[in-house]
Ligand binder design. Structure first.
Ligand code: NAD
Length: 350
């Protein structure tokens, strides 16, 4: 049994506690520290120890693992401190504010020999798992264009997410999840990034953004996060050589349509009249040449993240969310900000 303490007992800190308590028998959450003294009551009500200070938590020999769930700008300093105190460390996403900060954490992990991982729990999202299965099974061919979107319309960034100094904004908050999924899905270097960040209502940070990533193997991906979108597009739209897959929403409604017949869709020279006007290229395809398929069934469970951490510490499994993968994600994020700053697409090799 590994004993874990949480730094930052806000929304996500409390979630880590209840998720581990309910689903991960290999780990026990024993305490928490939060900079706001008023959280003491909440922590005690959750029947774990409240640490009066960071030092008290880090010097507790009972603690094996520390989970860091504070605003993004504190991740680096706290991760390095916890590693140096001899703890294994799980840090919330985005792991840091930039790639260089993560390199500093990785050096500390190397130095101390302790495990370091990032809570990229959305690798276990059902929608993402479905896309991963469609791509790996090749059921509609090879992907060449992938659109991944999360769109809301609340026009508000909660708390510290609205402040630049805390690492607020949608690239850091949601973009990091979608980029992490894409880099996990597509086994090829990112060779260009063209990003468009918008501040529709926020005075400090991006509240909406789109980024186009081009991969060396020819796949293009569009990542979009919106908080000002009143008519949503599908969560995923995946174009493959032999068909198309769409996942409409978080409930994973959607379908695949696959070519069933190689019947050549050309015409003689006569004009074809369609509702799009006289066009042969865009004339509707006869129904018998395609097949509609249900999306595949997948297993999706966020608690797999911590089960993997315990198995790695036992020496039974390899680490799934590895720092070097997160470093690529942070390099893409650095390039997104560079693209926005320069107003141009940026060639890279990440
Ligand atoms: P929150 O504001 O609800 O909670 C943050 C807590 O950290 C607060 O209680 C605050 O008092 C405390 N805190 C702030 N600075 C601190 C410091 N220096 N030392 C100790 N405690 C400190 O925020 P949240 O929504 O819980 O987000 C926390 C982290 O979790 C962020 O990095 C966020 O991106 C991440 N997050 C991840 C997911 C996910 O699905 N993986 C979801 C939500 C949030």
């Amino acid at each position: 049994m590994y004993r874990l303490a949480i730094i930052g007992y806000g929304g996500m800190g409390a979630w880590h506690h209840s998720n581990i308590r309910s689903h991960v028998k290999e780990i026990e959450v024993t305490g928490a520290y939060d900079i706001r003294p008023e959280t003491e009551q909440t922590v005690r009500a959750a029947h774990i120890r409240f640490y009066e200070s960071l030092e008290q938590l880090l010097s507790d020999p009972q603690v094996d693992i520390v989970t860091i769930a504070v605003p993004n700008n504190f991740h680096k300093e706290l991760s390095v401190a916890a590693l140096r105190a001899g703890k294994h460390v799980i840090c919330e996403k985005p792991v840091t504010m930039n790639a260089q900060e993560l390199e500093e954490i990785m050096a500390a992990a190397q130095e101390t020999g302790k495990l370091f991982s990032v809570h990229q729990n959305r690798r276990w999202d059902k929608d993402y798992r479905i896309v991963k299965k469609i791509v790996s099974d090749g059921v509609i061919g090879t992907p060449y264009s992938i659109e991944t979107r999360v769109q809301g319309s609340r026009r508000s960034l909660h708390g510290w997410r609205g402040y630049r100094i805390n690492g607020g904004g949608m690239v850091y908050d949601w973009g990091v999840h979608l980029i992490d999924q894409l880099l996990d899905l597509i086994d090829s270097p990112v060779v260009s990034v063209d990003a468009h960040l918008f501040s529709v209502f926020s005075e400090e940070v991006d509240d909406n953004f789109k980024a186009f990533l081009r991969f060396e193997n020819g796949i293009s991906a569009l990542v979009e996060i919106a908080t000002n979108c009143f008519i949503s597009q599908p969560r995923w739209h995946v174009s493959c050589t032999d068909g198309t897959a769409v996942i409409d929403n978080w409930d994973c409604e959607g379908k695949m349509v696959r070519l069933t017949s190689d019947e050549i869709m050309t015409w003689d020279n006569d004009i074809v009249y369609t509702s799009a006007g006289p066009t042969r290229t865009m004339a509707p395809r006869p129904k018998h040449t395609v097949t509609e398929l249900a999306l595949p069934e997948v297993k999706a469970d966020w608690s797999e993240y911590y089960k993997n951490i315990a198995a790695v510490l036992d020496g039974r499994e390899k680490l799934i969310v590895r720092p070097e993968q997160c470093l690529r994600v942070m390099k893409v994020i650095d390039t997104i900000f560079e693209s926005q700053k320069t107003g141009r697409g940026i060639a890279c090799r990440i």
